[in-house]
Design a protein around this ligand. Structure first.
Ligand code: ZN
Length: 439
């Protein structure tokens, strides 16, 4: 499910797992190899070098465009700025994560675009020493600026979010200045990541870690499958594990927050891939939840066809099913259309949905046949062979030849005549010679 309602995007959580990415950013001892001038040989020496600077990763739960990338909030150029494509909800976050904590003297954040519009006035700046627990250090004023004197406060992360219950048409950030004796030498967009919160479900640590690893590893593939020109998909989502009457039975995503029903996780230890479906919703970054069947069909296509095809199964009732049944039925239909008509169909349809350009005529445009005709063909194919509906057809002679089982440690002869016959081997060799080269 995907939704952008206040109830689902309530923000009251802290980040967990603060240090995983830091492992990649640890400062490595500098190995210095010196050629000895005496000619005796090579002398190697390792120096511990004290890091003089840090690196920063930038995260946003909101999509942007290439001309207003998140890093532009930290480029020391007030002419350039970050701007989200859609509205900012009180669950949305803009986050700067340093490669290690540093003492900070002052923070200055200036919102708005280059014309001084889209000011942020009902929001706060927070810092954290561990990227788990955050303290409010400044509020935005009527001019859209926030300033904090921090007196060498230890800072690992800086985040900007709206005050509870607020929403603005877009987030625009012109400048974030972190004044420190330690230089920030490099700023870049962080790799896609879920920041999970288990404060209400600490028993699900293993489940959440596995889910998070899966969604992060597959994030770049999802971003590529759901690519739009000059569009930067969100690279962050907050994953909250909890249960209760206000939580959907499985999971819901919207407004920067993925809420996973912890009761479901306890009953379904194997179902961690559901977070991949939800992450697809984060990356889809659709302007509206419409059409629902296609958004859900694409999210299931991402999970079942692309992420875990080994666990995929579908059962369709040919008499009653429709292409707009959502979820796996739609996912299977999309995969079948890609196999036979347009291998980039899902990317194109997602782009249409993302920007509100989808019409049912898109199928005709991309596949050369209208969606009802395609569906009729799909159902005929499904009736004929449901097990191989989205498996490419392989000619019998190209299928692997089964081999007989061999019992190790015996001298019993094995009959290979059914697996290899002289004629087959001869034919292969004949082909090779006829072509006069490799085939
Ligand atoms: Zn969904």
């Amino acid at each position: 499910m995907v939704q952008r309602t206040k109830a689902q995007s309530k923000f009251s959580r802290e980040f967990m797992k603060p240090t995983t990415f830091l492992a990649q950013y640890l400062y490595l001892p500098l190995a210095v190899v010196t050629l000895a001038s005496t000619g005796i040989g090579v002398r190697a020496q390792t120096q511990e070098k004290s890091p003089a600077s840090v690196e920063a990763l930038v995260y946003s739960t909101m999509p942007s465009r290439t001309e207003h990338r998140p890093e532009m909030a930290l480029d020391n150029d007030k002419a350039t700025y970050f701007k989200s494509v859609y509205s900012m909800d009180d669950g949305d976050v803009f986050l700067v994560l340093l490669s290690r904590s540093i003492p900070v003297q002052a923070l200055h954040v200036l919102s708005g675009d280059s014309e001084g519009k889209t000011l942020l006035t009902d929001a706060t700046v927070e810092t954290s020493a561990d990227a788990v627990h955050f303290d409010k250090v400044a509020a935005f004023d009527a001019r859209g600026a926030a300033d904090a004197m921090l007196a060498d406060k230890t800072v690992l992360a800086v985040r900007i979010r709206l005050n509870p219950g607020k929403e603005v048409s877009a987030l625009a950030l012109r400048d974030i200045t972190i004044t420190s004796t330690t230089k920030i030498s490099h700023v870049q967009l962080g790799p896609g990541r879920g920041f999970y919160d288990l404060s209400e479900a600490p028993d699900l640590t293993d489940w959440a870690r596995k889910a998070e690893q899966q969604m992060e590893e597959f994030w770049p593939d999802m971003a590529a499958l759901l690519y739009s020109d000059r569009f930067l998909t969100p690279n962050m989502v907050q994953v909250v594990y909890r249960t209760g009457p206000d939580v959907t039975p499985v999971a819901a995503t919207g407004g920067g927050v993925m809420t996973v029903n912890s009761a479901w996780c306890r009953l379904h230890p194997e179902d961690t891939g559901l977070t991949v479906h939800e992450t697809a919703h984060v990356i889809q970054a659709s302007s509206a939840y419409n059409p629902v069947w296609l958004i859900e069909g694409v999210a299931d296509y991402i999970r079942w066809i692309k992420f875990e095809p080994q666990n995929y199964h579908v059962r369709i009732n040919p008499a009653t099913a429709t292409y707009h049944d959502s979820y796996r039925t739609t996912a299977t239909f999309l995969a079948w259309c890609e196999l036979h008509y347009d291998s980039r169909l899902v990317t194109k349809l997602n782009d249409d949905v993302r920007f509100g350009k989808y019409t049912s005529d898109r199928f005709r445009q991309y596949c050369g046949k209208d969606v009802d005709t395609l569906w009729s063909e799909f159902i005929a194919a499904y009736r004929a062979d449901p097990a191989y509906i989205i498996v490419p057809q392989v000619a019998p002679e190209d299928k692997p030849r089964p081999l007989p089982a061999v019992k190790a440690g015996t001298s019993k002869p094995v009959d290979l005549s059914k697996s290899y016959n002289l004629r087959g081997i001869y034919k292969d060799g004949e082909q090779f010679r006829i072509n006069g080269g490799f085939d």
